[in-house]
Ligand binder design. Sequence first.
Ligand SMILES: [Zn+2]
Ligand SMILES: [Zn+2]
Length: 220
Amino acid sequence: MDKQHLDHLLRSIWTAGEKNEHSIEAIQQEYKNADLDEGLKILEEQGYIRRVGDSVEFTPLGHHAAEEIIRRYRLAERLFADLFDVSPTDYEYLACNFEHILSPEVTDSVCTFLGHPRVCPHNNPIPKGKCCVNYINDVEPLVQPLVNVPLGTRVKIVYMLPAHQKRWRKLHQLGVFPGNTLKVVQRKPSFVLEVGGTTLALDREICEGIFVKRLNDTTP
Ligand SMILES: [Zn+2]
Ligand SMILES: [Zn+2]
């Protein structure tokens, strides 16, 4: 049995547990593959789980391993859903593969890039990583929605949510497109931005879909 299946099984035990289900039957419903018995046996031998009657529980080792897999999986879901507007069936499939590839460092970069999201697109909690703790203590996210940026800050647009695709051509003409820089000059009653030499007002709803990176004032 390969590592991908074992990772998938650990994730299935975790998601069943989130529904307060610990029975083999509930885990099978999440897991869906035919090699459940074999997988549980291996996980037990490796010290990841304990079996008590019909129910399965994590050891601390297994809990930690499953938490990391869940974190990678749900961050990957966010990445594909938010950034690439991939449909749920496709991003679940992609996330399934991504969970095995991401190293801890890359996982934290993805998390930081997405602004340390707390839930996946299904609204299931994403376990926090080291980056999330540091962020709460000191650094702000690398990329954040334009609406969160303080007045007077110069920012560079990193990406825009596809929800506003219809308006992209218009926004592009106004200078609002990824890679360009702008400054927030007013937040209320509407958002006023300084782009190039001109100012323009935008609906808050649109600004919520524009993700930016703060520039140092010295950045040209
Ligand atoms: Zn999800
Ligand atoms: Zn984080």
